[in-house]
Design a binder for this molecule. Structure first.
Ligand code: ATR
Length: 286
């Protein structure tokens, strides 16, 4: 039996993890909610992941965030997985229970909350998701749940976009690769309405800031609002092109902040207020 201590021990598991901003989120929330906590970064080799989880549980660690590349890998080491996380097929939050850690996905509600706050309304809109990797999984699920008018997945490897849509049992997604005339495909089904674009790849992230996954200039003229999950730089080339074409564009800072706030709520049972969320965002920008 591990003795109860007032100090709470969380942390981030990934490979690599050293540049993570999550410690800023959780130290801010700890101070705001009066919780004495630690949040170290654990850079773990794949072969050590299972024993690390077991040893952490035995030591009484209260919870973890999980990042790339272990959001799927970690699932086999958990005693239970939340239904939504199961459907997404990825877990980013581990919560200590009596029998082991239970897995949750806060990326999906985090990004949906961030987009809603920026005035990005998915329900009934034409939505193009760029990318079909790990980050896109949670986002595509969130978008499908909201009920878009049209959903296009635009990805370098077209098959991966098709796989993602069919895995979620979503019929009618428009799947395109960069070699397709994807702007014509958008126009064909748009009903004259502009599109919401969600950029989920790492293309354009610091230090490779001179890249955008979409080079076709026409594409940007079809975009009304865009969300880029990248937050460094604050304005990616993708965002800049959207703005130059007359659209609105937002970076992924709030998505990062809000997934962290939701993990913290799971761990501590404390409600994170709008004011606390603002403080987290301010701390992340510093
Ligand atoms: P993550 O798990 O962080 O989302 P990932 O699984 O490697 O990372 O997926 C990254 C996404 O970015 C994928 O959709 C990938 O396209 P592919 O499916 O074709 O691999 C996309 N991506 C990565 N580098 C890219 C590049 N240079 N140009 C265009 N797309 C890229």
């Amino acid at each position: 039996m591990v003795p109860e201590s007032s100090k709470k021990n969380f942390g981030l598991i990934g490979y690599p993890v050293e540049h993570s901003l999550s410690p800023i989120i959780h130290s801010t929330l700890g101070a705001e909610t009066d919780v004495d906590l630690s949040y170290p970064l654990y850079c773990i080799e794949k072969d050590d992941l299972g024993s690390f989880i077991k040893d952490s549980y035995d030591l009484g660690i209260n919870g973890f965030n999980v990042t790339v590349p272990y959001k799927q890998e970690v699932m086999q080491y958990l005693c239970d997985i939340d239904e939504e996380a199961k459907a997404i097929g990825a877990v980013n939050t581990l919560v200590r229970t009596e029998n082991g850690y239970k897995g949750y996905n806060t990326d999906m509600p985090g990004v949906m909350e961030a987009m809603a706050e920026e005035g990005i309304v998915i329900k009934g809109s034409n939505v193009v998701v760029i990318g079909a990797g790990g980050a896109a999984r949670a986002i595509v699920m969130g978008v499908i749940n909201e009920g878009p008018a049209k959903l296009m997945i635009l990805n370098r490897t077209k098959e991966k976009g098709a796989e993602l849509a069919s895995e979620y049992g979503y019929e009618g997604a428009i799947i395109a690769g960069y070699d397709d005339d994807f702007v014509a495909m958008m126009d064909e089904v748009s009903g004259g309405k502009k599109w919401i674009a969600i950029q989920t790849t790492s293309v354009g992230m610091y230090p490779k800031v001179v890249f955008s996954p979409v080079t076709n200039k026409e594409f940007y003229t079809r975009i009304d609002k865009a969300y880029d999950i990248i937050f460094n730089p604050a304005e990616t080339l993708f965002m800049k092109k959207v703005r130059e074409a007359g659209g609105e564009a937002y970076n992924g800072l709030k998505m990062l902040a809000y997934q962290g706030c939701r993990s913290y709520e799971y761990w501590t049972g404390k409600k994170i207020t709008a004011d606390m969320k603002k403080k987290v965002c301010a701390a992340l920008i510093k």
